[in-house]
Design a protein around this ligand. Structure first.
Ligand SMILES: O=C(CO)[C@H](O)[C@H](O)COP(=O)(O)O
Length: 207
């Protein structure tokens, strides 16, 4: 299983600092949606230039204009770009077209999708590289949030998947057991007192 760090900080400078601290322990470096909204796609270029050996993930969460938005992110240096599973099939197909043109990949984020198992199968058929079983920061803050529902959906969908939703040291082994291809950890890494140590421990827990 790969480890992805999601950097939900607001400046390129801060993102570069965290990426530099944790790169040796992760496979994929994600530029979070708030960071891209704050800094633009130049943040993606800066991270790719600093870490050309890592997969750089631009969390655009595209909902429309799939081909156009994915194309500009790939041109900026992204290897993986997200489109929302709630988007129209044509939006996802358009983004996949852009990914094929750049020999890169589209990840479909199933945040907010009620039937994640069915949609995962549909978007995989449309050409998604993998799907993200994702409970967002707001959903995680709701009482009763349960990561296990995401893990179950991933296992049942039988397509390549990542899991994002407050993944941490206490839960990353369960993510691996569920058969995930990628574990995404955001606040557990960038919010830690020592991000390098947090990433190292997460990596050790899945090796
Ligand atoms: O995409 C996101 C929010 O929409 C986050 O990057 C993702 O949820 C991972 O962060 P965390 O581990 O803190 O949940």
């Amino acid at each position: 299983m790969k480890l992805q760090v999601a950097i939900d900080l607001l400046t390129t400078e801060a993102a570069l600092e965290v990426a530099g601290q944790v790169a040796e322990y992760v496979d994929i470096i994600e530029l979070g949606t708030p960071l891209i909204k704050a800094e633009g796609l130049s943040a993606v270029t800066a991270i790719k230039n600093a870490h050309p050996d890592k997969l750089v993930f631009a969390d655009l969460k595209t909902m429309d204009a799939g081909e156009l938005e994915a194309d500009i992110a790939f041109k900026a240096g992204a290897d993986l770009v997200t489109v929302l599973g709630a988007a129209d099939d044509s939006t996802i197909a358009g983004a996949v077209k852009a990914a094929k043109a750049h020999s890169k990949g589209i990840v479909v984020d199933l945040i907010g999708v009620a039937d994640k198992v069915t949609r995962a199968k549909e978007v995989r058929a449309l050409g998604a590289k993998f799907v993200e079983m994702h409970a967002g920061l707001d959903e995680q803050a709701q009482p009763g949030f349960d990561l296990n529902a995401l893990l179950l959906a991933g296992t049942e969908a039988r397509v390549p998947f990542s899991v994002a939703g407050g993944v941490k040291l206490a839960t990353i082994a369960d993510v691996q057991k569920a058969g995930a291809d990628v574990a995404v950890a955001g606040s557990a890494i960038y919010g830690a007192a020592d991000p390098a140590l947090a990433a190292k421990q997460l990596r050790a827990a899945i090796n």
